[in-house]
Design a protein around this ligand. Structure first.
Ligand code: GDP
Ligand code: ZN
Length: 450
């Protein structure tokens, strides 16, 4: 067992706050059988089997009754002994149970600490640990399914496979470093560049899937620009469909909100409404608005909504002038039912223009398609595993090192070094980047006598 953390017993309420039919307390630590016996009043729990029991306080009175689950390590979520107490889901009862756990020597767990222990005890790698959170946070069914795929190791498996291939190639390349006069011929004979090319195409494939997975997780950030009454709220509702109701994130002042989130075809779309970005003297609102302008800097697209009968007004022009230059724009000419126009996509000055009616929904699908196209979402949700921006960044860096390796392969020392850096970048994803381990693997694969 990896003990790079203090093996104290930790406890936490594992169910969501509030009242529920049941509430669960989770406890992890070493040697928890005495702990279980103290809670159950001496009833010995059978491993991985539900034990129906009272949960006792120190003075022998019952706090609650319910199910006690006992998972002796290492066959548990964290790899340590784990106990779950399933009691009644009231905040007072759960607090009393948690206090009892603390009295028995547990301390309150920090956020994510159970999963961190699972990672430290090799129950899962880093990408899998991250997907636990992503599954819980999933914004759509497709995202949830993708997170489960990552949790079960689909993504990590792809990374591992590439890392294995890189290690094999590195062994080949590093072996030639001892024989500088023959190295190029040796690498040619061993088809080192062919092997490298195949790793690169593997990486490109994984990058494409991970990018889709990251879109499902991170979603798209849209800045909404439009005058009052042009149909912003109507359009948000039309885009959201009946999938999920609009979730209002931050209430602005009286009428308009600053941020909303909708789901378009499984992709979470975070909308910042510039109508809420007014000048204000309210200190709290000011802070919120500053934060929102900062979010505008990181947005993916500006959605400029106008009444099709009026076109772009000077007010809208003024807001557009404040937006970052690099931000792609999609213009929406709304209320075509009143203007007597057809739904269509057009282009002006290189920006797409969508003619639609938020009221009749005519043309709304055209806009959805345009937005998803802009962010690069392909809707192949079923085959996607969830990924994060951190993973994409690591994959990107690995790709750059492999590109250098490809062009510099005849300089064997550079070749070897770039392969090493590419492997390190990929290993950041699974959290295994530890050079000592790597050396161990390389040596263990050398033939006898070498
Ligand atoms: P917002 O102030 O920009 O959020 O605009 P709303 O979505 O509240 O819409 C303002 C008014 O315009 C409401 O009465 C809507 O019903 C109406 N409206 C919005 N879109 C359309 C449309 O495409 N066609 C028609 N006929 N009315 C619309
Ligand atoms: Zn509105």
């Amino acid at each position: 067992m990896n003990l790079s953390y203090a093996p104290t017993t930790i406890a936490a309420i594992a169910t969501a706050p509030g009242r529920g039919g049941i509430g669960v307390i989770r406890i992890s630590g070493r040697e928890l059988l005495p702990f279980a016996l103290a809670i159950s009043g001496g009833k010995t729990p059978k491993p991985r089997t539900a034990t129906y029991t009272d949960f006792f306080a120190a003075d022998g009175t019952a706090i609650d009754n319910g199910l006690l689950l006992y998972f002796p390590g290492p066959h548990s979520f964290t790899g340590e002994d784990v106990i779950e107490l399933q009691g009644h889901g009231g905040p007072v009862v759960l607090k009393m149970l948690l206090a009892r756990c603390v009295a028995l020597g547990a301390r309150l767990a920090e956020p994510g600490e159970f999963t961190r222990r699972a990672f430290l005890n090799d129950k899962m790698d880093l990408a899998q640990a991250e997907s636990v959170v992503d599954l819980i946070d999933a914004a759509s069914e497709t995202a949830a399914r993708g997170a489960l795929k990552s949790l079960k190791g689909a993504f990590s498996g792809e990374i591992h496979a590439m890392v294995e291939d890189l290690i094999t190639l590195r062994m080949l390349v590093e072996a030639t470093l001892d024989f500088p006069e023959e190295d190029i011929d040796f690498l040619k004979a061993a088809d080192a560049t062919g092997k490298l090319a195949s790793i690169r195409s593997q990486l490109a494939r994984v990058q494409a899937t991970a990018r889709q997975g990251a879109i499902l997780r991170e979603g798209m950030h849209v800045v909404l620009v439009g005058e009052p009454n042009v149909g912003k709220s109507s359009l948000m509702n039309a885009l959201a469909g009946d999938d999920v109701a609009i979730v209002t994130d931050i209430a602005g002042t009286t009428r308009d909100t600053v941020r909303e989130e909708i789901i378009i075809d499984d992709v979470p779309v975070h909308v910042i409404d510039t109508a809420g970005l007014r000048d204000t003297d309210d200190v709290v609102e000011k802070i919120g608005i500053e934060r929102t302008w900062a979010a505008v800097e990181r947005a993916d697209v500006a959605l400029v909504l106008v009444d099709g009968r009026e076109g772009i007004t000077p007010n809208v022009e003024a807001i557009l002038a404040r937006l970052p230059e690099r931000l792609p724009r999609v213009f929406v000419f709304n209320k075509i039912d009143l203007a007597g126009e057809d739904a269509r996509v057009d282009e002006e000055d290189g920006h797409p223009v969508v003619y639609l009616s938020a009221a009749t929904h005519d043309g709304v699908d055209l806009l959805k398609g345009k937005l998803l196209e802009l962010i690069g979402y392909k809707g192949e949700g079923e085959s996607v595993y969830l990924a994060r921006a951190r993973h994409l960044d690591a994959i990107h860096r690995a790709g750059e090192h492999l590109a250098v390796a490809t062009s510099e392969w005849q300089q064997v020392e550079i070749f070897a070094e770039e392969l090493r850096l590419a492997q390190n970048a990929l290993s950041e994803i699974t959290g295994e980047f530890t050079p000592d381990d790597l050396l161990g693997v390389i040596f263990s694969r050398f033939c006898i006598g070498k």
